[in-house]
Ligand binder design. Structure first.
Ligand SMILES: Cc1ncc(COP(=O)(O)O)c(C=O)c1O
Length: 392
């Protein structure tokens, strides 16, 4: 063989060894080969569950999907290129063969709200918003809108409200709607929405599950009934997560429960300490006995695991004072994400809720003095010392 031919073929396409690798390898191949064409034909036909083309599935993403399905106790999962990619295909799945109408929680991640208003509404999907913590109001919205999908987050951002997923699932089922829950903030360590009756769950893997600030990814997990539609849409639209990111996500997830336990414990200590700080006007944290959803939290969240986000208002602070506080932070990073091993602090007025007018933010209870902290895995004393010195 000539050098040019050897360069293309030598060393590749070896028969897999008998030994099983300890961890799932990164398989980047876009096509898969079979010794006879009949086998390939049967794989394409779906008669044999194996790989043919990467948009239909790869060994690395499939392993991650199995892992996420196990964590969420669902029927099957799809790993996607981002959390927003997961939300898009999940909403499309929910609305296939159902009424093109969504009842969405008023408190949603900003980009999710934008997706509803700038992608789904222009395509003719009716969207109505309701406070999912007010069951009577939500029922009225569902009765009037007759939605194909009800969309909510387990723990809302940034005020950390907690809706009754089990009751909302009953209401959605009775109305013939799919309940789709974004479980990014709670993670399956705290809540597994499918066990509570939800049909579909989405994650931004970018956050707690991958956990190290080095992956952009998402996942959709569904019950048995919705999985074939999700798979069929994914085979056509191709929102798949790449092999490298799938590998990194799997690697991250191995320590996710340990990280999350630590992050939840740190958040509890931070919330308790800030509650008595003279420069802090108000702390939002689910362990607060005066939390507006305290009863639901007691019922649905495990004791001591209240999530790792703490939001708080700085006393008498407007934008300049908040900027000054943030610029004094030395350990806590001013990062726009959450759920990483490092503690991160975000100012909703200039980031997640920037697109809203000050009046809209005020109406949602998001004041200009409010900041949101994602507790990392550092020693709680060090995080607290940094917050104290920055509060002055
Ligand atoms: C609750 C929630 N859902 C979805 C997303 C979107 O995830 P991604 O940035 O991976 O697309 C985010 C991102 O911050 C989020 O906070």
């Amino acid at each position: 063989m000539k050098l040019h031919t050897k360069a293309v073929h030598a060393g590749d396409r070896k028969k897999p060894p008998q030994a099983i690798p300890m961890t799932t390898p990164i398989v980047t191949a876009s096509s898969y080969l079979y010794e006879n064409t009949e086998m390939l034909d049967r794989v394409f036909a779906g008669e044999i569950d194996d790989f043919a083309y990467a948009r239909y599935g790869t060994p690395t993403a499939t392993a991650l999907e199995e892992l996420v399905t196990a964590l969420e106790n669902g029927h099957g999962s799809l790993a996607t290129s981002s959390g927003m990619g997961a939300l898009q295909i999940a909403l499309q799945t929910a609305l296939t063969d159902r009424r093109h109408s969504v009842v969405a929680a008023t408190a949603l991640y900003g980009a999710t709200f934008r997706m509803l208003t700038s992608v789904f509404e222009p395509m003719g999907v009716e969207v109505r918003y309701a406070d999912v913590c007010d069951l009577d109001g939500l029922k009225q919205a569902i009765d009037e809108a007759k939605p194909g999908c009800v969309l909510m987050e387990t723990i809302s951002n940034p005020l950390l409200r907690v809706g009754q997923i089990d009751r909302i699932a009953e209401m959605s089922r009775a109305a013939g709607a799919v309940l789709l829950v974004d479980n990014t903030f709670a993670t399956p360590l705290l809540v597994r929405p499918i066990e509570l009756g939800a049909h579909m769950v989405v994650h931004s893997l970018t956050k707690y599950l991958a956990g190290h600030g080095d992956v952009l990814g998402g996942a959709v997990t569904t019950d048995e009934a919705n999985f074939p539609t999700l798979r069929a849409l994914s085979k056509t639209c191709g929102p798949n997560l790449g092999a490298f990111e799938s590998y990194l996500s799997m690697r991250g997830i191995k320590t996710f429960p340990l990280r999350m336990e630590r992050q939840c414990a740190n958040a509890c200590r931070i919330a308790t300490s800030l509650a008595s700080h003279p420069k802090v006007a108000k702390v939002y944290f689910p362990s607060d006995p005066n939390h507006p959803d305290a009863e639901t939290i007691r019922r649905l969240l495990p004791e001591g695991l209240y999530g790792a986000m703490v939001s708080f208002e700085i006393k008498d602070a407007a934008r300049p004072e908040v900027f000054a506080f943030m610029d004094k932070l030395k350990l806590v990073l001013k990062g726009t994400s959450l759920g990483d091993v490092q503690s991160l602090l975000l100012y909703p007025a200039i980031s997640s809720h920037r697109d809203l007018s000050p009046k809209q933010r005020e109406r949602m209870g998001i004041r200009d003095s409010l900041v949101r902290l994602s507790a990392g895995i550092e020693a709680a004393e060090d995080i607290l010392a940094d917050l104290e010195q920055a509060l002055g």
